[in-house]
Design a protein around this ligand. Structure first.
Ligand code: HEC
Length: 108
């Protein structure tokens, strides 16, 4: 059944395409989420080089001090806040993890 095979191959190709499109979109979404929810304090590059950041003495997210902390610790802070950082409203634990993955990409 030649046609059947072509059909099933097309399905596999489609599935792969939609999964990779999804992954690309997820990364874009996370970068956008970081911009709207975090950059006002932490700066787009994570340096904390913003008026609020300087005011609150925000740690540089790209620094070794922050980067050496575990994903779990950073995700918890991202979700629940810490000290002068308020809890982040409207994100899921999954999104907190993705934001941590984004912070990892900012590492120097
Ligand atoms: C209102 C300003 C503000 C916003 C918005 C904010 N943060 Fe923070 N963040 C802080 C401050 C202040 C600290 C330092 C807290 C402390 O140690 O007392 C901090 C600390 C952190 C830390 C821990 C650094 C460390 O090593 O202790 C992480 C990780 C972090 N923020 C991630 C995020 C992410 C991701 C977002 C967006 C979802 C975000 N923050 C939004 C102010 C903010």
């Amino acid at each position: 059944m030649k046609i059947n095979r072509t059909v099933s191959i097309s399905f596999v190709v489609l599935a792969i395409l939609s999964i990779s499109a999804h992954l690309v979109r997820a990364a874009d979404d996370t970068a956008a989420l970081y911009k709207t929810k975090c950059a006002s304090c932490h700066a787009a590059d994570g340096s904390g080089n913003t008026p609020v950041g300087k005011n609150l003495k925000i740690p540089d997210l790209t620094s070794a001090d922050v980067q050496k902390k575990s994903d779990q610790v950073l995700a918890d802070i991202t979700e629940k806040g810490k000290g002068k950082m308020p809890p982040t409203k409207g994100i899921t634990s999954e999104q907190a993890k993705q934001l941590v993955a984004h912070i990892r990409t900012l590492k120097k």
